[in-house]
Design a binder for this molecule. Structure first.
Ligand code: GDP
Ligand code: IMO
Ligand code: MG
Length: 424
């Protein structure tokens, strides 16, 4: 009966993987409902590191049913290599199912992601180049290839011909790129379909039935609120709805199933890719956070941009996701910084102040963060066993964040391992 959602509240990489893993240990079913292999979720268990992109983190628990919903876009080649990688490490993938409605990332989507980014020149989005945007474009254009098609060779061959011809025309005539050999693509993807046939099942039905049977469900968010196509920093966003509400449309369940919504944040802010970042630090403190926190992309290896905690952003996330509580990760990374700053509001160019995140980039432009300062801490907190054991300055910092964003902090992360979490 309990159904938790875990969502990112900043620009991704908040340590959702760790929180999801902890909650998965108490869940019967784990569901992914949007995004694709643009996500990179790290789980660390006793020094063993797992980096998951498409497969729900619940896969690390042998009895957990892991579901990939209709709203996910699935790259079969990458998915199979993730399956093989897990199997080679002794992790069973027998409890994994993919909805037949999920759209397939085809090779032309990946090519078009790169070509359109290059066409934008200096105004590129900085995508992960995994073909995510072009796959969602085809879904909404109603010419996409879905999981059902992939595992039915006749349907697949026909759809590759019809949509592939159009894609080749766009690639060659608009972008001057190289066309795909549609026969070779059909042969390759037919093989992927054969391999993936046993995984196909109706995730909406499986989730509904699990809820009716009183099972504990966890919806695993990928990306984050500020990357949402509507409520993020458009156009520097991803092409799906990483918000809590996206879970229902991306899985095919009604909102009344949900009982608890947890937002994940870092004790500071990071962003990978381009776009606005009001609290960004282009100085030694920013470098220190990047190096100490290991802030390099899980999917692309790119250095992450770093900055102070932005309460305006997280307050926005509390509202648009309807958060019940927050998990704040990576507090340990801030050790050794004399003065910690938190952005509490934005000052507009006309001198007025707002506590709400501006809806458009035009309104965000020229906004200056208004900071509150806190004394830092020097202690190694990574071995603290309870919230009470944290240095006073850490406790004050977290308590103030809670007040500023208007949401209870239920968990504090003090290291990458599963065990390095303080529950309150
Ligand atoms: P996700 O995309 O939200 O799942 O986050 P990523 O896995 O991409 O990035 C988060 C990184 O921070 C990973 O390397 C995690 O192992 C690490 N991490 C998570 N929580 C903590 C924490 O509390 N402290 C430290 N030092 N690292 C953490
Ligand atoms: P997780 O789940 C951080 C960013 C990309 C780029 C923008 C659009 O690990 O938190 P896309 O390839 O989706 O079209 O790229 O979104 N992005 C992420 N940034 N974490 C992620 O996922 C991301 N997924 C996409 O860097 O700025
Ligand atoms: Mg990540």
């Amino acid at each position: 009966m309990p159904a938790n959602i875990v969502v990112g509240t900043q620009w991704g990489d908040e340590g959702k993987g760790k929180i999801i893993d902890i909650i998965s240990s108490r869940a019967d079913v784990v569901v992914r409902s949007q995004g694709g292999n643009n996500a990179g979720h790290t789980v660390v268990n006793n020094g063993e590191v797992y980096k998951l992109h498409l497969i729900p983190s619940g896969i690390l628990y042998p009895d957990t049913l892991c579901l990939i919903g209709a709203g996910v876009v699935l790259d079969p080649k990458d998915f199979i290599s993730e399956l093989d990688n897990l199997e080679s490490r002794g992790i069973s993938t027998a409890n994994l199912k993919v909805d037949p409605r999920a759209h397939i990332v085809m090779p032309w989507h990946i090519a078009l992601d790169g070509l359109s980014e290059a066409f934008r020149g200096g105004k590129d989005i900085g995508t992960t180049k995994r073909g995510i945007g072009p796959t969602y474009m085809d879904k909404y254009e109603r010419c996409g290839i879905r999981m059902y098609d992939l595992v039915h060779p006749d349907v697949l061959a026909e759809k590759i011909q019809s949509t592939g011809r159009l894609k080749n025309k766009i690639i060659t005539e608009v972008y001057g790129g190289e066309p795909f050999d549609l026969g070779a693509v059909t042969a390759e993807y037919t093989e992927y379909g054969k391999r993936l046939l046993p995984f196909v099942d109706d995730v909406s039905v499986l989730t509904f039935d699990a809820d009716k049977a009183g099972k504990t469900i966890m919806f695993e968010g990928a990306q984050a609120t500020l990357l949402d196509i509507d409520f993020g920093t458009y156009p520097y966003v991803t092409s799906s709805h990483p918000l809590s509400a996206g879970v229902c449309v991306g899985t095919g369940v009604g909102p009344k199933v949900i009982t608890n919504i947890i937002g994940v944040a870092k004790a500071y802010t990071t962003r990978v890719g381009k776009g606005p970042f009001p609290t960004e630090l282009d100085d030694e403190i920013g470098d220190q956070i990047r190096n100490v926190g290991g802030e390099f992309g899980t999917t692309t290896g790119r250095p992450r941009r770093t900055g102070w905690f932005d309460a305006v952003i997280v307050r926005h996330s509390v509202r648009v996701n309807g958060l019940d509580s927050l998990a704040i990760n990576k507090l340990d990374t801030l050790a050794g910084i004399d003065t910690l700053k938190v952005c509490v509001a934005y000052k507009r160019p006309d001198g007025t102040v707002t506590e709400n995140f501006p809806p458009t980039l035009e309104e965000l432009e020229g906004c200056e963060p208004v900071y509150e300062e806190f004394p830092g801490f020097n202690e190694d907190i990574s071995k603290c066993a309870s919230f009470d054991e944290l240095p006073e300055n850490c406790k004050k910092y977290i308590t103030r964040l809670e007040e500023l964003v208007g949401c209870r902090v239920g968990m504090v992360g003090i290291g990458p391992d599963r065990a390095q979490i303080l529950e309150r």
